[in-house]
Design a protein around this ligand. Structure first.
Ligand code: ABC
Ligand code: CA
Length: 471
């Protein structure tokens, strides 16, 4: 599917090994052990209702190709990022038939499949690597000469030296060599076609020269979203010229800082969003917006104030880009840094009658309702009609969201002088079904409670019966 076809989508990111098992059993899984726990592609098929019931219409799964076997000083390759054979699948996750079945099961439901792909490196468990274990690149000449990445301010060092550590050196592909370049351009075409992928999440994009990517993205023939793990808009923005979209790391950091405590800075969040809107190629429309992922501590390891959590979780669904929710956030998982943020989802029992599961379901429904109600929603950049030290109004017609980092014990209030709605419009807060009326000068004053966020839509787009059904 094209970038434009992804614009209206909502993505559920899962770690295949940790999401669901083939037989539906719930094996023990201690994240600290860093070993395979038993999740599979068939397991995902079994649990598509769970994902779809929350309103997601796309999933992003772990890398699918064959990985380093055995237990290293950094554990097993259960996450899928330590490729050894580009042309075989990771049998821990199932057979080729299972992956194809997952792809069709998604498409039967009108859902998209996003594959995670790694070009930058292959995974070894000795230094120097035993290159004969790699396929098809089995010679040191296919890789950059060994050096560790030591200086993130030196782009040549970032691109041509190696990630990883002594336990698992990540042998850095020589992405300047013709045979390597040609292989990967053909490989991505084949991978997308073979498995009916609708999009690809590209790993370690900042570790390969920018000029490698445009032809790779074209060869993929589907939506490409790149991982550029960096908090600076100036650093990330140029990559929006070489792939369709980026994971919005700059906003991720300011979103986290703004809501992880009651003293976080709302204005820094506003600043980063406005700067991304003006420097990313498509503004923020295509950027993948997230609050958690497999590389960073879960939000609830930073704060368990449920009002701060609900405000921060609302962000990806009310902003310009494509929302991405990392599995387990809806179950209130609290794991810290890798490996603790990769808990097995079955340990939650997949309970759907839980506050954050409902929160996600409502936020997805609100976003869809806004898309259906107005063709403007997906193409008009958000604005901030009110910014105060602990409150924020986000306008994206026909959605008006009121956020606060006041926390559970606060009574927030917002005064929006121009809502963008005409006088007398009846609005509904989709999160608790309270209604409000826009005043005669198109403004709105709202007093909330318990530090909770408010997400308003015209009642014509989200009626109160529907609202109550979702609660
Ligand atoms: C394993 C162990 C860990 C252990 C680590 C050394 O080895 O599990 O416990 O600490 C995979 C696995 C990991 C594994 C690694 C390495 O491989 O999932 O469990 O860690 O073996 C992608 C994927 C990620 C994946 C890989 C490797 C790449 O999302 O899951 O990891 O294929 C860098 C890369 C980024 C990469 C990330 C893990 O490392 O750029 O692509 N993610 C700075 C740098 C970033 C750097 C980041 C983290 O640190 O600039 O480039 O990411 O190391 C902000 C700044 C940022 C800064 C952050 C920390 O602060 O603006 O620039 O990021 O303010
Ligand atoms: Ca590299």
């Amino acid at each position: 599917a094209s970038a434009d076809e992804w614009r209206s989508r909502s993505i559920y990111q899962l770690v295949t090994d940790r999401f669901a098992t083939t037989d539906g059993d719930w094996p023990a899984c201690d994240t600290e052990d860093r070993v395979y726990c038993g999740g599979t592609w068939q397991g995902i098929i079994n649990k598509l209702d769970y994902i779809q019931n929350m309103g997601f219409d796309a999933i992003w799964i772990s890398p699918i190709v064959a990985n380093l076997e055995g237990n290293t000083g950094d554990g097993e390759s259960y996450h899928g990022y330590w490729t050894v054979d580009q042309n075989s699948l990771n049998y821990h996750f199932g057979s080729e038939g299972d992956l194809l079945a997952l792809s069709s099961a998604l498409h039967d439901r009108g859902m998209y499949l996003m594959l995670d792909v790694v070009v930058n490196h292959m995974g070894a468990d000795t230094l120097p690597p035993d290159y004969s274990l790699f396929s098809p690149f089995n010679s040191s000449s296919d890789f950059h000469t060994f050096c560790w990445i030591t200086d993130y301010n030196n782009q040549t060092n970032v691109e041509q030296c190696w990630l990883g550590d002594d336990n698992v050196p990540l042998a850095d592909m020589d992405t300047e060599a013709d045979n390597v370049i040609e292989f990967f351009y053909n490989w991505i075409t084949r991978l997308v076609n073979d498995y009916g992928a609708d999009g690809v999440r590209i790993d370690t994009v900042k570790h390969i020269r920018k000029t490698f990517w445009p032809e790779f993205a074209t060869a993929a023939g589907a939506f490409t979203v790149g991982e550029i793990f960096d908090g600076s808009v100036d650093y990330v923005a140029p990559y929006t010229e070489v792939v369709d979209a980026v994971l919005d790391y700059p906003t991720y950091y300011q979103l986290t800082y703004a809501f992880q405590s009651t003293s976080g800075s709302i204005s820094n969040l506003v600043d980063v969003v406005q700067s991304a809107q003006s420097s990313y190629k498509n503004g923020e429309f295509m950027a993948g917006s997230f609050l958690e992922n497999q590389d960073n501590p879960r939000f609830q390891s930073l704060t368990t104030d449920q009002s701060l959590v609900k405000n921060a979780m609302a962000w990806p669904f009310i902003q310009d880009g494509v929302p991405i929710l990392y599995y387990g956030q809806e179950q209130g998982y609290t794991g810290g840094n890798d490996p603790y943020n990769r808990e097995a989802l079955w340990l939650s029992g997949y309970v759907e009658d839980k506050p954050l599961v409902k929160h996600v379901r409502t936020l997805n429904a609100a976003r869809k309702a806004a898309i259906n109600a107005s063709s403007e929603f997906l193409y008009t950049a958000l604005t901030f009609p009110s910014v105060e030290s602990s409150t924020l109004a986000v306008s994206k017609y026909p959605m008006l969201s009121l956020l606060t980092n006041g926390g559970e014990s606060s009574t927030p209030s917002w005064s929006v002088s121009d809502t963008g709605f005409s006088a007398g419009t009846e609005l509904i807060d989709v999160l608790n079904c309270t209604t409000y009326t826009v005043d005669s000068s198109r403004g709105l004053d709202v007093t909330g409670y318990d530090g909770l966020p408010i997400v308003l839509l015209p009642i014509s787009a989200f009626n109160s019966t529907y609202c109550k059904d979702l609660l």
